[in-house]
Write a new protein. Structure first.
Length: 94
């Protein structure tokens, strides 16, 4: 059985263009660590759990150990800005 890969990231505000789209933005190096490609689904675990499509962060937000999430996803995961969450890949079956 393969061990699930997970990382802890600090919650940051989503870019305006991502609000309401079910998207989180994660550093490309973290996406590689999770074996996640752009558009893949990830699980965000705070006090509760949310799922979203992962996209890479913009260059100015890289190397900061952040996950950018909108208010809807933060409410679903029951987390606030600057909280730490666990992020892991999700196997989605068509």
């Amino acid at each position: 059985m393969t061990e699930k890969i997970a990382v802890e990231l600090k919650v940051s505000e989503a870019p305006t263009e991502d609000v309401g789209r079910g998207i989180v933005r994660i550093d490309p190096s973290v996406m590689r660590e999770l074996s996640v490609d752009a558009g893949d689904v990830v699980r965000v675990v705070g006090t509760d759990v949310a799922v979203a499509k992962a996209l890479p962060t913009r260059p100015q937000h890289r190397d900061q150990n952040l996950i950018q999430m909108d208010g809807v996803l933060r409410a679903n995961a029951k987390v606030k800005l600057d909280s730490m969450v666990t992020v892991e890949p999700v196997d989605v079956k068509p």
